[in-house]
Ligand binder design. Structure first.
Ligand SMILES: [Zn+2]
Length: 609
């Protein structure tokens, strides 16, 4: 009996000691209608000295800094006996508790009313929680396990959707560590769910699920889930296997409402997709794009992970050189997978290629700066918030599209020069860095390419198109697939891209003009009013094109505008419209040869066997 007792007490104390280091969070929603939640975190076994707790300033998958601390108030702290402790706010989002008895409970109120992948949104229909925007954390305790108790779900009729592991009583979830907790968003709502399973290449069954917080019927959600499923199968075919999800399951946390902000945010075993639509029904083809992009991230970025994003720094944005690959190659595949799955037709896919080539090949940013340099600019551009103007129109080209056109070129170099494809390359990167979870650098990406092709090709490709600012010959590369890259308005005169918004009777220039265009040369600035072109008064934005197209490229023309109250007239030389388009050769009067048709099919048709 004694022996038994001591074994029991040993087991009990072992269990208890695990529980003793666990940081315990609790969240309640007494005032959901006004977007507030009450949060507490209990930090046991606090080492001697001050305890620092803080809100994050960044969030995995969003590369800019954010001030999540601004929505936190009424911060209090208590010791193990419930006695209130002194809290010093040392920075906007940092709180120091200097004196305590080894156990500290911090409580605060948080406000959130912005539905997307980055922030927190609470109302009576849901609590849509991105963790860094919701939960404070104890500094220096990253390795401790975390437990979260969610209250009030019955009160609002909410269910819980998350990649976190349910544990014990209802509403209790656990995370093995701080990093995992922060990467695990939660949607509390009366969502509709559709689950399916997929036997992975290793024989293990994995669960996938679509959880949609939407006003659609269950039938609509089920039907949409089958389209999502078709997409996941096509993405799986690129890598040859699904990513091994940590707890055997992956969930799309989908939220559809006209008041939402459109966004997609990838996580290890889930993704948050918020869409601004009335319903899924009728919008399926538009909505599926984000699903495809985010799901591809379960391989590329979540497991094929840039070294620069590891570990994730929640106090400041990580600086990454590799987003042209992590986001750009994902962007390329997001659309390609939809074409292969038959969710996009050829014309739509050509429209996608036109859009990205047109954007990158005519961008002043991409002409002057490399893809890694543009990746580093993410810390400012990825939903970064500032009140002053920037010159992004001239110095920044999105690494999504910059990277996507690099992927497009590499795919066709591999197809035409090596009898390989970009899928082969992605699988090689997956084997070397994804499956193994050995985070990569740009030289690692080059090494994988060198092993697949040869050292000379890999080093030339990287030095010209990745480290350098040279652009591939897309016209040549796309020819093999029977696609023609050409000027969309050949021979037509243009002032260059001008964004105009009507302001009363006048037209205001609403973005910076682009370097190298006649509009830029004429001195027209963001905020100016465009009055006349060629002496003719402008009434609507469409007049610009009509008037300018009455001239030829190379003609000189007078442009009149008002800058800060002063009227100016300048002479500028018109250019040929540089807009590009990709068109199937058979629609240009040319012939699609059998070789081209086969090449096109190998590239764009399904890979699901
Ligand atoms: Zn992405």
């Amino acid at each position: 009996m004694k022996t038994l007792l001591s074994i029991f007490s040993l087991i009990a104390s072992a269990l208890f000691s695990v529980a003793q280091t666990t940081i315990q969070y609790e969240i309640s929603f007494p005032n959901a209608v006004h977007h507030e939640a009450e949060v507490s975190l209990l930090v046991p076994q606090v080492p001697a000295g001050a305890l620092t707790v803080r809100m994050s300033r960044s969030s995995p998958g969003r590369y800019a800094t954010h001030e999540f601390g601004k929505n936190v108030y009424s911060v209090k702290a208590f010791d193990s006996k419930g006695k209130e402790l002194q809290v010093e706010q040392t920075e906007g989002d940092v709180y120091k508790i200097a004196k305590h008895d080894g156990s500290v409970k911090v409580t605060y109120t948080i406000f959130g009313n912005y539905v997307d992948g980055t922030y927190l949104a609470i109302d009576e229909t849901h609590a849509h929680m991105n963790m860094p925007a919701t939960f404070m954390w104890a500094v220096g305790m990253d390795a401790r396990p975390i437990q979260l108790k969610i209250n009030d779900t019955d009160k609002y009729g909410w269910k819980v959707a998350t990649q976190l592991k349910p544990s014990g009583p209802t509403g209790v979830f656990t995370a093995p560590s701080f990093q995992y907790f922060m990467d695990s968003p939660i949607e509390l709502s009366d969502y509709k769910m559709k689950q399916w399973s997929d036997v992975n290449t290793n024989g293990k069954t994995q669960q996938l699920a679509l959880s949609s917080h939407t006003s659609d019927t269950q039938e609509t959600v089920d039907a949409f889930a089958s389209t999502v499923r078709r997409m996941t199968a096509e993405a799986k075919a690129v890598f040859g296997e699904l990513a091994p999800y940590d707890f055997g399951s992956y969930v799309f946390l989908h939220d559809v409402n006209p008041t939402n902000n459109g966004d997609g945010m990838e996580h290890r075993n889930s993704t948050v997709i918020t869409q601004s639509a009335e319903k899924i029904a009728g919008n399926e083809k538009r909505l599926i794009s984000t699903f495809s992009h985010e799901f591809f991230h379960s391989w590329n970025v979540e497991r094929i992970r840039p070294k620069t994003l590891e570990p994730f720094n929640f106090a400041h944005s990580n600086m990454s050189n590799e987003l042209w690959f992590a986001e750009g190659f994902t962007q390329y595949y997001g659309e390609l997978v939809l074409k292969r799955a038959g969710i996009r037709d050829l014309d739509t896919y050509c429209g996608t290629l036109s859009g990205m080539l047109n954007y990158v090949l005519n961008a002043p940013g991409a002409a002057a700066y490399s893809a890694p340099q543009m990746s580093r600019h993410a810390v400012f551009s990825d939903a970064g918030v500032a009140v002053d103007q920037n010159n992004d129109a001239n110095i920044f080209t999105s690494y999504y599209y910059y990277g996507a056109v690099i992927a497009l070129a590499l795919d066709h170099h591999l197809r035409t020069e090596f009898k390989l494809t970009l899928d082969d390359y992605m699988r090689a990167v997956w084997k070397a860095h994804g499956k193994t979870e050995i985070s990569y650098t740009i030289p690692d990406l080059q090494n994988v390419l060198a092993k697949l092709t040869n050292t000379k090709f890999a080093s030339e490709f990287f030095s010209k198109y990745v480290y350098g600012t040279q652009k591939n010959n897309y016209e040549q590369l796309l020819k093999s697939a029977g696609l023609v890259l050409r000027k969309a308005s050949a021979g037509k005169a243009s002032l260059g891209t001008l964004r105009l918004s009507p302001e009363g009777e006048r037209l205001m220039v609403s973005s910076n003009t682009l370097k190298g265009t006649p509009a830029y040369e004429s001195g027209i600035d963001n905020g100016d009013y465009l009055l006349k072109i060629g002496g003719k008064e402008l009434k609507a934005a469409a007049d610009v094109r009509t008037i300018v197209e009455g001239y030829n490229p190379g003609d000189e023309i007078e442009v009149t505008y008002q800058h800060k109250g002063l009227e100016k007239t300048r002479k500028v030389k018109l250019q040929e419209n540089n807009a590009l388009e990709v068109v199937p050769i058979e629609k240009t009067g040319g012939t699609l040869t059998p070789q081209m048709a086969l090449y096109r099919s190998n590239w764009l048709d399904t890979k699901v066997k």
